[in-house]
Write a protein that binds this ligand. Structure first.
Ligand SMILES: [Zn+2]
Length: 280
């Protein structure tokens, strides 16, 4: 079996004729080996997700793009993805592209793109085109970018490799997340380049697997009401996430909340104060 080389911060990896990856030195529970920054093109260049504010990472990107950078695209405005845009833009005068930060949650409000991308918007480089695909769910302003000549999809935190995407209400939305995963099934893609982790070579299977995983978790949440109805989120977490390390429960709590909001909209649960009731 082919062994996958571990991801090392600062190391440049060529993924395809048009794409190089360099990972920021911000590994962690939420970021896996760190945030992936992608450099697209060979003539004029685009950077996708400049990452957090980090001097070594900034220096590395600068070195790689020289004076050829035209666009800085951000998949969303969480603090591990877009804050690096500011210094990079100041140094290169490249155009920033994405959707501005929504007012709630821990967002990078310093990111206000020169060009606000809408679903379907395109940039044309010399040897590539990148198309924006609006994929709300992990964040309401989340975009994936489709590199059309290679059928490669940059998925930011919509699809990650090696860890589960956290859906944090109110900006995170489980119904939208599932719909956005479903919408990827209609795209002609052969490869995913995620915001964290290694490329995924089976995009449609992965989207289907993720949808199935969430729906299975939803069933575990419904089952967790057995013997405790109504229940608080804190009572439900250890039961619904019994298969997950307790260290992850504070994070799982947010996704569980997102599931409950979905179930409430589906008419299956009702919230009164801190308590959630499963309807019979
Ligand atoms: Zn991230």
């Amino acid at each position: 079996m082919e062994t996958v080389k571990p991801i090392i911060a600062g190391e440049v990896v060529r993924l395809s004729p048009l794409v190089r990856r360099v990972t920021a030195p911000n590994p962690g529970m939420m970021t896996g080996p760190g945030t992936n920054t992608y450099i697209v093109g060979n003539d004029v260049l685009a950077v996708i997700d400049p990452g957090p504010v980090s001097e070594p990472h900034f220096d590395r990107i600068r070195e790689l793009v020289g004076d050829r950078l035209r666009w800085i695209l951000c998949t969303h405005t969480h603090l591990d993805h877009s804050p690096g845009a500011r210094a990079l833009q100041a140094a290169t005068h490249a155009q920033t592209i994405g959707m501005p930060a929504p007012p709630h949650g821990s967002q990078d409000v310093s990111f206000f793109p020169d060009r606000i991308f809408k679903h379907g918007d395109v940039i044309e480089g010399g040897d590539f085109t990148l198309r924006g695909i609006h994929t709300p769910g992990h964040a309401s302003n989340h975009l994936c970018f489709l590199l059309e000549p290679e059928k490669l999809l940059f998925t930011g935190d919509h699809i990650m490799q090696g860890s589960t995407v956290v859906i944090t209400p109110p900006d995170g939305d489980m119904i939208e997340y599932l719909q956005s995963l479903d919408s990827l099934l209609a795209l002609d893609v052969v490869r995913v380049a995620p915001g964290h982790g290694h490329p995924i070579e089976t995009p449609h299977e992965e989207a289907r697997r993720l949808i199935a995983h969430r729906l299975k978790r939803e069933q575990k949440i419904i089952a967790a009401f057995s013997g405790r109805n109504p229940a608080t989120i804190d009572e439900l977490v250890p039961v619904a996430y019994a298969d997950t390390s307790p260290k992850l429960h504070p994070v799982a709590r947010r996704s569980l909340h997102a599931h409950l909001i979905k179930l409430e909209r589906d008419g299956q649960v009702r919230q009164v104060g801190e308590h959630w009731t499963l309807r019979s």
